[in-house]
Each structure stands twice: as structure tokens, then as C-alpha cells.
Ligand binder design. Structure first.
Ligand code: BGC
Length: 761
């Protein structure tokens, strides 16, 4: 350690003496500009192009394997950074090569998809959003940064803030759900957590908000598919969270795979320059998604050389994986197809990101083998992950207060997720070590030790058909068994039990990238199992593992209790037991609508009205906007979630019924814990613009408060409403509020609301 530091100090002095990389030390934009300008004056065109190149290291093994190809590229000055390499020692060596064995000694950006934790894995982002607790999200991002930075990573490709209204899309798991207001609050929390105060400290890393833009609106929920959307919808429904991340000072932005207005986002100048840079003032680093410059060929827009020129011209600074920037921009420059000033601009942005991270002062930043051992997956982080996970579970149903269970019962724990410790984390947990994670069975045995008894049976495969199961399981397989035998074993186990706990749903990799589904029911054999368990007449608790809303219409009508545990991370098993046995009361609320049927999708709470709104939802009303065979109503609406206690709402009051442009009013409501235990309630406030120059959503979330109430306790919850909160992007894309009547609603979810009116004068 000491030796390494000495080596670096000498290298730094040598570099300075040789006119190489100097230390930035001080902050400030002016100093940074001088430093970067000075450095760029000494750079050749090839060296500048090298800075724009971001290849994948493809080496996530924890052993000492060194990536020879990356090392060669570093020595040749061909790359500005890399991603997908795990291990402090390996990364340190790669960084050392850049600093000591290249002409200018420019340090590297070291990226990774640290999306919901490094080795201490937190719930998937969709679940995190269901905590409605931005502090918890910030804490998770902070812990991720502490672990990742000690392991050599200085850049995470998170947060993913794509609004999604289509649960067929597997990547719904990676975002904060369907609402731009909540999504914006969460986006800012992620950025604060990763970047800390200013991104420069040893345990602060650069965040990357993605995927800009609109990736979550892929047609049919099929990944990478076409997006086509009005500008009003973009600005009002989808852009908010990206902008919130920019406002929070996010250091980098990643463009998306999809087209926007028919042009791949990667090369969409309107999006990258007009909106992101000019309108929002983003001055950080803009990186493409994985090989998305290369993908402009199948998009039918351009081959690699032309696509690279287009992407650069659109405002892209760094090319992830395609190699097009490094490989073709020189030729394009010679042919006059790109401007040198654009290459300089892109290079400057990469160097500025490195400067802001403090890499020119200390290229290794927090990367430290001993520290990594100390902080990675440490007890303190795991404790926080366990507590956070419990906050994200959503109690969807609890007939006869079946939950919490008493640990002194005989419990039949059944299902393919019950003993699948390697499946607790869900998607994008590449940096974790899933084989170390406790299974639910182990955790439940521990939680009931000395009191009750757990009888386990796997009960079913994930899918009956082996080929579908292989596709579903991805890299984290769950051992298969004979469908018939598994079912019989489960029924035998159930026969001996007081209560059945069925751990069913999606395997971890059934959501995330490239995991779209058309059927959103619990998969075939698991559903058969659940029906047979129900038929035993014993009480059934469904623990639902999923990365997306599923269609649970049958389950809601038949299963006694449903606790949605999403994918809860490395500590999920213990967290689930904390909630199942009542150490913690569930408090999560949905941030994504659960449909009654796939045919209703897209189904979201903040929709526009039609000219023919549906009437009585219990019957078919011809010539209204509805379906012959299904109601318009969701099964579980946005904002919904139960607790072990109950909350009652008093009558809402407004202190005024009119405000002007500079004024504000306060909506108040008394909320009381009327049940049998302490608990959190998230009180939600929605606004509706009754008549406007364009049709406005029937309601939009504009505020929420998460309050802890002891049994019997009450609190007065207040929301201040001002004219800014009534603004929207009109047809001319002006951000305005229009005078007239508004409705304000408060309640425990987006369906169960009380409403009052006020006027904006
Ligand atoms: C994903 C990104 C991710 C990148 C790097 C892409 O396939 O779309 O979200 O950050 O890979 O792993």
C-alpha cells in the first residue's frame, strides 16, 4: 500500500516535470477550464479520440484475471475508461497502467452497473420506489458508492429513471414506476447518494442518469422497440425525472437505444443538444448506451462511420462499446464530415468528468484493497439493506389478518422461490455474489427456531416447460424437478401444516433488460400449484416475487394474503421474515398500477379523460370508453398498499379556496392509526386541472408525506399548494399555469381519495 502510494507520487512528479498530467487540486470551474485546456493543448488527435472510447472489460470474475486486451488499449492511449471489471486489485493495476505507462498519464473512468447495490444488494429500483422514502434511496446509493469506490469504480450507470406504463417491459423493474413526480424525487435522491457533496471525495462516484430518453415507452413493452410520442407527452409525462437528475447535478447522462421522432436517441440532436444542453443546461458527460452507435445500422439510419459522425454532432461525448468514435472519427474529420471543435468538445467533457471526480489529484481515489475488504458486504450495510427491503414490500391483501404469522405454527413453505438463495437480488446485480445469499427457507427456519416448524417443498418449477424456464432463469438457474412429483410433494407438505406460505412468481431474471413478457400471470405450473394449495382449505399466504406488476385477479379473489416482496436484494430472506412474523409492519405502496388483465395495458393512474368517460364500472356501458369484457379499473391502483394496522382519514380542509400566481394555500388532513400496531402511512396529494387549453390528466401526484404513527396516534398532515405546482407544458411547450378551477385530493392511494376545489385567479 505504502509502496503503491510512493510509486504514484513519483509518477505524478515525473508527469509534471515532463509536462504531463498535473495535479488539479483546487476546485472551481475556472481552474478546471485552465487545467483541461492546458492538457488538451498537449494532446494529439489520436489521444483525444482515445478519451471518447469506452469499451467493456468483460471481466466480472473476482479472481486475479487481468484483461490483456484492455491493458493493451490503455497503453496505446485508445480508451478513456472501461466498465465491467470487478476487483480493487485488478482495477488499480489498470489505472496504474494509464497513469504510469502512457504519455500524458490521464486516469481512466471506471464504470459499472451498480444499480441497486454493489455486493450489499438492496431491492430492485421499482421496489425501492415503493418505499416512498427518498432518504432510504439516498442511503442505498451512498452505501453503493462506498462499496463501489473502495473496489475501484468511480462511475455508476444509475439511476435509471425511465417512466414506464407497460409492465410487459422487463426494465420496468429498474425504474421508479409510472409517475414523473415521484420519479423526479427519487432521481434526485439517487444522484445525491452516489455523488455525495461534489463527487470528488474518495467515496463519491459519478452517477449517470439513463436512458435518455423515453426508453420505457417501447411499443408493446418489447425491449428496444420503437417509441413514438407527442412532445406534450414527453415534457409532461416522461422528461421530469431526467431533468430532476440534471437539476440535482448528475455528472453524466446515457442516451437510450430507442428512436425519438424516428431518429435513434444516440444521434438525436434535438434531444441531446436542444433539450438536454440548451434547455436544461446540462454541462456534464453524455455517453451512449451499449453499442448503440453500431445499432444505427439495423435501425436503418447509418453504418458505423456515418453513425459515429451523427452521434458526435448530436452532442454525444463518449461511445460505449461500438468503437466507432475511436475507429472512424479521424477519417470523418479528414473528409470534412465532422468538426474538430466537436471532437474537442467531447474530449473536454470526458476530461472534465475526470477532473470533477478528482482523478487528476488521485487517480486511485478510494480504490483500496484493504478498505474494500472492510466495507464490502459489511454487517452495517447489510443491516441497512435488510431494513430497507422490509420498507419496500407491499401488502396487497390480508383477509382475516392472516399476516403476521405466529412463529409457533407449522408452516408449509412451498414454491420455487422458497429455497433459491441465488435468486433474491433480481436483475442488475452483476457485482454481487448471489451464492452467499440466504434462502427464504434458511431465514424462516432461523426465525421460527424453538417455536414452530417449517416443512419445505419446492412444489413446482418456474415454468412447466424446460425451454421457457431456461430462458426465464438466465444466469441464475434454479434446479428443476419433475412437475408431477413436485406437486405431490407440496400437497403432502401442505397436509401437515397449519398454514401454507407459497413463494411464487418470477425468477430473478424474468425482469430487467431483454425480459419482456406477454403473459403477466404467475407462470403456468406455479399457478396450478397455487390453485391446488388453495383447494386444501388451509390458509394460504402468497409471497410474490416479481420485478413487475403481475395480473393477480384470480389470486386476489382466492388467496388469503398476498405480500409482494419484489426482488429484495441480498438480505431479502431475513427482511421477508421480519415482515411475515410481524417484527416490521409492511408500509410499501405501489408506484406502478397492477392491471386486472393484460389487455388493459397501458394502464396508469394519471391518464387523460376521454370525451366519453366510463360510467358505472360494474357494468358495460355501450358508447363509453371501456371494454365489453373487462372494467377500466386496475386490480390495485397506483399508491395502494396495506399495513398490519389501519389508518383513518379525517375530513380534508383548505385554508383558502382561491390563490393568485404568487400565493399558496394549505390542504390539511388528520390521519389516525386506528389499528393494533405502530406503522407508517404514506399520505398522498393529487391535483387535477379541471379545464385547460389542452386535456390534462384526471389527477397527478403533487405531494406525499410518509408519517410514522404509533397505535392510537394521530397527525395533522399538511400540503402547501402554490401556482408553480399547477404548471404544465402547453401546446407551444411553454411551462405555464392557467387560471381556473382545480381539484385537490388527498388519501391513502390514487383511488381512495377525498376531493375539494380551489381556483387559480
Ligand atoms: C443497458 C444499460 C447499461 C449498459 C452497460 C446496456 O445494455 O441498456 O442500462 O448501463 O448496458 O452495461
Amino acid at each position: 500500500m505504502k509502496l503503491q502510494k510512493t510509486v504514484w507520487a513519483l509518477a505524478a512528479v515525473a508527469a509534471i516535470l515532463a509536462g504531463g498530467c498535473a495535479s488539479d487540486n483546487s476546485g472551481g470551474e475556472r481552474e478546471m477550464n485552465e487545467f483541461v485546456t492546458g492538457l488538451m493543448e498537449r494532446m494529439t488527435l489520436e489521444e483525444k479520440l482515445g478519451q471518447l472510447n469506452l469499451p467493456s472489460g468483460g471481466d466480472m470474475t473476482t479472481g486475479a484475471v487481468m484483461n490483456a486486451e484492455i491493458t493493451e488499449m490503455i497503453k496505446n492511449g485508445e480508451i478513456g475508461g472501461f466498465f465491467n471489471v470487478k476487483g480493487a486489485q485488478k482495477i488499480k493495476e489498470l489505472q496504474r497502467t494509464a497513469v504510469e505507462e502512457t504519455r500524458l498519464g490521464i486516469p481512466l473512468l471506471v464504470g459499472a452497473d451498480v444499480i441497486h447495490g454493489y455486493e450489499t444488494v438492496f431491492p430492485i429500483p421499482l421496489a425501492l420506489s415503493c418505499s416512498w422514502n427518498p432518504e432510504a434511496v439516498e442511503r442505498m446509493a451512498r452505501i453503493s458508492a462506498v462499496e463501489a469506490s473502495a473496489n475501484g469504480i468511480n462511475w455508476t450507470f444509475s439511476p435509471m429513471v425511465d417512466i414506464c406504463r407497460d409492465p410487459r417491459w422487463g426494465r420496468i423493474a429498474e425504474g421508479s414506476g409510472e409517475d414523473p413526480f415521484l420519479g423526479s424525487v427519487m432521481a434526485a435522491a439517487y444522484v445525491r447518494g452516489y455523488q455525495g457533496k461534489e463527487m470528488k471525495q474518495s467515496n463519491e462516484i459519478m452517477a449517470c442518469v439513463k436512458h435518455f430518453a423515453l426508453y420505457g415507452a417501447a411499443e408493446g413493452g418489447r425491449d428496444y422497440n420503437t417509441v413514438d410520442m407527442s412532445r406534450q407527452q414527453m415534457y409532461n409525462g416522461y422528461f421530469g425525472p431526467y431533468k430532476a437528475a440534471v437539476d440535482a447535478g448528475v455528472g453524466s447522462v446515457m442516451s437510450s437505444f430507442n428512436v425519438v421522432d424516428g431518429i435513434p436517441a444516440t444521434a438525436n440532436r434535438w434531444l441531446m443538444t436542444d433539450v438536454l444542453r440548451d434547455q436544461w443546461g446540462f454541462d456534464g458527460l453524455l455517453v451512449t448506451d451499449y453499442n448503440s452507435i453500431g445499432e444505427m445500422l439495423p435501425h436503418g439510419v447509418a453504418g458505423l462511420r456515418e453513425a459515429s459522425a451523427m452521434a458526435l454532432d448530436a452532442g454525444t461525448d463518449m461511445d460505449m462499446v461500438s468503437g466507432g468514435f475511436y475507429g472512424t472519427l479521424k477519417e470523418s474529420l479528414e473528409k470534412g464530415d465532422v468538426d474538430k471543435s466537436d471532437i474537442d468538445r467531447a474530449c473536454r467533457r470526458v476530461l472534465e468528468a475526470k477532473y470533477r471526480l478528482g482523478l487528476f489529484s488521485d487517480p486511485y481515489k478510494g480504490c483500496d484493497v484493504d478498505l474494500a475488504k472492510q466495507v464490502t458486504y459489511c454487517d452495517e450495510h447489510r443491516k441497512t439493506a435488510r431494513e430497507t427491503a422490509a420498507e419496500t414490500f407491499v401488502l396487497l391483501r390480508n383477509e382475516g389478518d392472516l399476516l403476521p404469522l405466529k412463529p409457533n405454527k407449522t408452516i408449509a413453505l412451498i414454491g420455487p422461490m422458497a429455497d433459491a438463495g441465488n435468486n433474491m437480488c433480481g436483475m442488475w446485480s452483476m457485482t454481487c455474489t448471489p451464492d452467499n445469499h440466504k434462502s427464504l427457507l434458511t431465514a424462516m427456519n432461523e426465525a421460527t427456531e424453538g417455536a414452530g416448524r417449517v416443512i419445505y417443498a419446492k412444489g413446482s418449477n418456474v415454468y412447466g416447460d424446460e425451454r421457457t424456464e431456461t430462458a426465464a432463469n438466465g444466469i441464475r438457474p434454479i434446479a428443476r424437478g419433475d412437475n408431477e412429483r413436485l406437486l405431490n410433494e407440496a400437497l403432502a407438505a401442505a397436509a401437515k401444516a397449519d398454514v401454507i406460505v407459497a413463494a411464487l412468481g418470477e425468477s430473478a431474471e424474468m425482469s430487467g433488460e431483454s425480459a419482456s413478457r406477454t403473459d403477466l400471470e404467475i407462470p403456468d405450473v406455479q399457478k396450478t400449484l397455487l390453485r391446488r394449495l388453495k383447494a386444501t382449505g388451509k390458509p394460504v399466504v402468497l409471497l410474490l416475487f416479481t420485478g413487475r406488476p403481475l395480473v393477480l385477479t384470480w389470486e386476489n379473489g382466492n388467496v388469503d394474503a398476498i405480500l409482494n416482496v419484489w426482488y429484495g436484494g441480498s438480505e431479502a430472506a431475513d427482511a421477508i421474515c421480519d415482515v411475515v412474523f410481524g417484527k416490521v409492519a409492511p408500509s410499501g405502496k405501489l408506484t406502478t398500477t397492477f392491471p386486472r388483465s393484460v389487455g388493459q395495458i397501458p394502464l396508469y393512474y394519471n391518464h387523460l379523460n376521454t370525451g366519453r368517460p366510463d360510467g358505472d364500472p360494474t357494468q358495460f356501458n355501450r358508447y363509453n370508453s371501456n371494454y365489453i369484457d373487462e372494467s377500466n379499473e386496475p386490480l390495485y391502483p397506483f399508491g395502494y398498499g396495506l399495513s398490519y394496522t389501519t389508518f383513518s382519514y379525517g375530513e380534508m380542509t383548505l385554508d383558502k379556496t382561491a390563490i393568485n400566481a404568487g400565493g399558496s394555500l394549505t390542504a390539511s388532513v388528520k390521519v389516525s392509526n386506528t389499528g393494533n400496531c405502530d406503522g407508517y402511512e404514506t399520505v398522498q396529494m393529487y391535483i387535477h386541472d379541471v379545464l385547460a387549453s389542452q386535456s390534462r390528466p384526471v389527477k397527478e401526484l403533487k405531494g406525499f408525506r410518509r408519517v410514522f404513527l404509533k397505535q392510537g396516534e394521530s397527525a395533522e398532515v399538511k400540503f402547501e399548494i402554490n401556482a408553480d405546482m399547477l404548471k404544465f407544458y402547453n401546446y407551444k411547450l411553454e411551462y405555464v399555469c392557467e387560471p381556473g378551477e382545480f381539484e385537490v385530493s388527498v388519501g391513502p392511494d390514487s383511488r381512495n381519495l377525498q376531493t375539494l376545489k380551489f381556483t387559480l385567479e
